[in-house]
Structure formats: structure tokens, C-alpha cells
Design a protein around this ligand. Structure first.
Ligand code: COA
Length: 177
């Protein structure tokens, strides 16, 4: 069956939150310790602003959500509603600043079937149409391979703010559109 895509709406919130939890627990286990996976719930997750802005995509197969991810014209680089990361809602200047790629998650049963790549293409196309010339993102170790494949380069290696004393390695990456 072929994948389809649509913009997420508020009705998708419960299903997408559950999908993200499964993706964090399962697909990061190869890269992070159990304590770092627990801390990830405090640095990642759903940012409902992206859904309100209609810049968040759901990929489906036969009506079943296979993954999700979005982009933003706002300054917030990463973090979810429940995370310790501060929000920066101001609008970016498309001529001078990079758009953000945000909150990429694939349902574990659908991993490595091109869902992440499909979301990246949709996001980059939407950012280009909005006038942006560059895109940037904050990558987890689990996400870095996808972004490298999509042409992103690492511009900074850092640790997340601590959650219960535990930090998570992150990579800031960017690409010219
Ligand atoms: C990151 C994530 C969204 C990737 O989703 P995905 O749908 O499996 O990715 P794709 O199938 O589109 O991968 C496309 C290409 O990226 C690379 N890639 C993706 N995941 C990889 C992995 N775990 N190891 C090595 N390469 C990988 C490969 O080149 C892959 O192509 P291939 O399968 O033909 O070799 C998914 O692993 C995930 O949800 N991780 C947990 C949450 C997370 O960390 N999200 C990122 C936040 S920044």
C-alpha cells in the first residue's frame, strides 16, 4: 500500500502523542541509555503550536499513521509542549534566517521505509514556498543519519539541558534549500 500525507489537526493530538512515545522508546534505544531515553521525554515530543500553524504533516498507510514531522516559520528550534526547552514564537525573517525542521517521528513498525525522508521533502518544499533559503534542525543521534542522507551538515554538537540531572547529545544541523 502507498503512503499518503496530510496536514495534522487537533483531532490527531492523542494518536500522535502516543506514536511519539513509541518512537522515542523504541528507535532511540540503539543510541541512548535508558536514563537518556527517559530524559528525552523532557526535551522532545509534540509541539501543538506546529499543528495550530498547520505546518505539521502526518504520513499514513491505509489511514494508519506511519509517522509525522513538520517545519516552522517560528524561531523555536526544538522541544515539545511538555519539555524544558523555552518557546520562541516570534516569526523568522525568510531572507535572513533558516526555517526550522521540527519533531520528526516514525512509528517503529514503519521504520526504514522512507517515511522520514518523505516528511523532509514535504517540509523543505513548504519552507521554500514560504521564501526561506536555508533550513536548520536540532538532531538526536537517532535522527542524524536521516538528515545526513537528506544533505544536512552538522554545525554544532551540544548536550540538551539536563532533565533530572541527565543530558542527551544533540547535533544542530543545516542545509541550503
Ligand atoms: C529519525 C526517524 C524519524 C527516521 O525515520 P524513518 O522513517 O525510519 O527514516 P527513513 O526510512 O525515511 O530513512 C531514510 C534514510 O535515512 C537513513 N537512516 C534513517 N534511519 C537510520 C538509522 N537508524 N540508521 C542508519 N541510517 C538511517 C538511511 O539512509 C535511510 O535510507 P535507507 O533505509 O534506504 O538506508 C526515526 O528513526 C525516529 O522516529 N526516531 C526516534 C525519534 C527521533 O529521534 N526523531 C528525530 C528527532 S531530531
Amino acid at each position: 500500500m502507498a503512503f499518503t500525507h496530510r496536514l495534522a489537526s487537533e483531532a490527531d493530538l492523542p494518536a500522535l502523542k502516543a506514536l511519539m512515545t513509541r518512537a522515542i522508546e523504541s528507535l532511540q534505544s540503539e543510541f541512548l541509555s535508558p536514563a537518556q531515553i527517559r530524559a528525552s521525554h523532557g526535551t522532545m515530543g509534540l509541539d501543538s503550536q506546529l499543528i495550530a500553524d498547520r505546518t505539521y504533516f502526518v504520513i499514513e498507510e491505509g489511514g494508519v499513521p506511519a509517522g509525522c514531522g513538520g517545519w516552522s516559520w517560528r524561531a523555536t528550534l526544538f522541544g515539545g509542549d511538555a519539555s524544558v526547552i523555552a518557546r520562541e514564537p516570534r516569526a523568522l525573517d525568510p531572507g535572513a534566517e533558516p526555517a526550522k525542521i521540527r519533531a520528526m517521528y516514525t512509528e517503529p513498525a514503519f521504520a526504514r521505509r522512507g517515511v522520514g525522508r518523505r516528511v523532509m521533502e514535504l517540509c523543505e518544499q513548504a519552507a521554500r514556498e514560504a521564501g526561506f533559503q536555508r533550513v536548520e534542525l536540532m538532531a538526536t543521534l537517532a535522527g542524524a543519519a536521516l538528515y545526513r542522507t537528506c544533505g544536512y551538515r552538522v554545525v554544532e554538537e551540544l548536550d540538551s539541558p539536563p532533565v533530572d540531572g541527565v543530558t542527551v547529545p544533540l547535533l544542530r544541523m543545516e542545509k541550503a534549500l
